[in-house]
Design a protein around this ligand. Structure first.
Ligand code: ADP
Ligand code: MG
Length: 143
């Protein structure tokens, strides 16, 4: 079991001025920030990141949303990072998310749901590499 996962504070999170609020939830849940940056995704970058969803009816809307403004990818570390982070953010649709989860507290809709979290160790490694070089991770991890 890997101990890393990728979070993205999505454009709605940035627009609503919730970057600090959401990072506080993440750090209060004992996740360590390994690396973080603010980026505006291009269509190609967002399309590559969400390639797995390219046949889904919501794919074009998802790309429009994810490229609508800057977002904040964050590489995180914790024991059971993937599973614990998914629990912290809650279900994709905030209407179905558990009380106290980040999506329940702050998300507006199944699309505009504030935050991304990797869904497996394998995808966490791919997704972290999508945004951060090995050097950035090592430097920021103090190794
Ligand atoms: P999660 O982010 O919880 O892993 P998915 O991987 O299924 O969810 O979907 C990726 C993202 O696509 C979601 O976080 C959300 O922004 C968007 N999305 C998912 N399902 C829908 C839907 N039915 N309609 C619109 N947008 C959706
Ligand atoms: Mg997913």
């Amino acid at each position: 079991m890997s101990n890393r996962t990728l979070a993205i504070l999505k454009p709605d999170c940035v627009r609503k001025n919730l970057i600090g609020t959401v990072i506080k939830h993440i750090q209060d849940a004992s996740f360590k920030v390994l690396a973080l940056k603010m980026v505006k995704l291009t269509n190609d970058s967002a399309g590559g990141f969400y390639e797995i969803h390219k046949e889904r009816p919501f794919f074009n809307d998802l790309l429009a949303y994810m490229t609508s403004g800057p977002c904040v990818p964050i590489a995180l570390e914790k024991d059971n990072a993937v599973k614990d982070f998914r629990k912290l953010i809650g279900a994709t649709n905030p209407a179905n998310a558990e009380e106290g989860t980040i999506r329940k507290l702050y998300a507006e809709s199944i699309e505009q749901n504030i935050v991304h979290g990797s869904d497996s160790d394998e995808n966490a490694a791919i997704e972290i590499a999508h945004f951060f070089t090995r050097k950035e991770l090592l430097e920021n991890n103090g190794l």
